[in-house]
Design a protein around this ligand. Structure first.
Ligand SMILES: C[S@@+](CC[C@H](N)C(=O)[O-])C[C@H]1O[C@@H](n2cnc3c(N)ncnc32)[C@H](O)[C@@H]1O
Ligand code: SF4
Ligand code: SF4
Length: 372
């Protein structure tokens, strides 16, 4: 990051003390071993379905494995509120995602309940319904929004496969920016072959958009067939389950993207043209971009999955998992047990023990859980 970006990141951090405090807690957590008594991060996969079909999405995209029969699944508000009541004394960070979380029929009531309990709340959204929910987001003081932007207008609409989407997201963002005390707004730009050439133009638009505070450039997650099969075998042998979620991220030729991605990142990092912070996720060095794509097994210095000991994901049918993007191993269901019991229960322990004893799973090397 250049000097201007560092100071603007500092300003953003000061303006959003709760979000910054969570980052600090997270950093401290990572220095210590052991499972926390209650998850630090509680993710709600709030609504199974989605109103978009983004090309690269492991759920609803070209290779996506989402099931149409579950598209309308969500947890009822009264149950969600009881989960918050259990969680609130432990002050976890709440992260809403999906599918598309803003489609939950009681989305506004739920964010009200989260913020009534003074929990930090981030919403990860495609942004289509931001305008509709703007007032509730502002009134309840939601802390941050991760909004997906995939290109300038034409490219974004091409990737999400819905004309008019970009304009709709922009209307939502400008409605939010009119609020006196608005959330921190992060543009999440998931890089793919479809937007690499356009991403610099997008960054220029972000620079001049008063609603957006910073950009996170996200390298796509992917699983080559051999690693996926290795994962399936291990989950069958150790836990007797069918583990096929990796197929949504199947890609056997990601290396083709490496040179262009590296060139692009070299051009934009430290470029004085950009004054707003631009962060890379996973947070790897430029010299690691080629191995990131070319050598799936390379852990790039991350040998431990933080999420195993710190985070849970609650799915629309009540199932609870640790691996949010690969929800094959179910720890329990919140319609049958408390979060606490699931977190410290036998299935969670068995999963952590398997990884401690036999090493990370073959899919872990390109999973967001590893790089948090
Ligand atoms: C699955 S979406 C769910 C939340 C919401 N629907 C959205 O699009 O923001 C979560 C994030 O994953 C990103 N994403 C989609 N496909 C991906 C992939 N193959 N690799 C990495 N990130 C991906 C999206 O761009 C989005 O920022
Ligand atoms: S909006 Fe999110 S969940 Fe929906 S298809 Fe796009 S990336 Fe996937
Ligand atoms: S890194 Fe591995 S163990 Fe951790 S969340 Fe991802 S798939 Fe699960």
């Amino acid at each position: 990051m250049n000097h201007k970006q560092t100071s603007s990141l500092f300003r953003v951090a000061l303006k959003n003390p709760k979000v910054s405090l969570n980052k600090i807690k997270h950093f401290i957590d990572k220095q210590f071993d052991g499972t926390l008594p209650f998850p630090r991060l509680l993710r709600f996969f709030l609504f199974y379905g989605c109103n978009l079909r983004c090309r690269m999405c492991g759920q609803w995209g070209e290779k996506g494995i989402a099931s149409i029969s579950e598209a309308k699944d969500f947890i009822a508000l009264d149950k969600l509120v009881r989960l918050l009541d259990e969680a609130a004394p432990h002050h976890p960070e709440i992260y809403l995602w999906g599918g598309e979380p803003t489609l939950h029929p009681n989305f506004q009531e739920f964010i009200h309940e989260i913020k009534k309990r003074k929990l930090t709340c981030t919403i990860n959204t495609n942004g289509l319904l931001l305008e509709r929910h703007c007032q509730a987001i502002l009134e309840n003081h939601v802390d941050s929004i991760d909004v997906s932007l995939l290109g300038t207008e034409q490219v974004h609409d091409f990737i999400v496969r819905a004309p008019g989407s970009y304009k709709q997201v922009m209307r939502g963002l400008s409605a939010l920016s009119r609020g006196k005390q608005r959330p921190l707004i992060n543009a999440i730009v998931t890089l793919s072959n479809n937007n690499l050439e356009n991403a610099e133009s997008l960054l220029s638009e972000i620079e001049t958009n008063p609603a957006i505070d910073l950009t996170i450039l996200q390298l796509g997650w992917f699983v080559p067939c051999a690693a996926g099969k290795g994962y399936e075998d291990r989950m069958r042998d150790e836990f007797s389950i069918r583990a096929e979620s990796w197929r949504g991220f199947q890609n056997d030729d990601p290396a083709e993207k490496a040179p262009d991605t590296k060139d692009f990142l070299e051009r934009v990092t430290n470029n004085r043209r950009y004054k707003k912070p631009i962060l890379l996720f996973p947070d790897i060095k430029l010299t690691q971009v080629t191995p990131y794509f070319a050598n799936h097994a390379d852990l790039l210095g991350h040998s431990k999955c933080w999420t195993l000991y710190r985070g849970l994901d609650i799915r629309p049918n009540g199932d609870v998992v640790i691996c949010a993007d690969f929800p094959d191993y179910i720890l329990g269901n919140i319609h049958e047990e408390s979060i606490q019991r699931i977190w410290s229960g036998g299935k969670a322990k068995a999963f952590r023990e398997s990884i401690a004893k036999n090493g990370l799973l073959p899919i872990c090397s390109r999973c967001c859980g590893l790089f948090r």
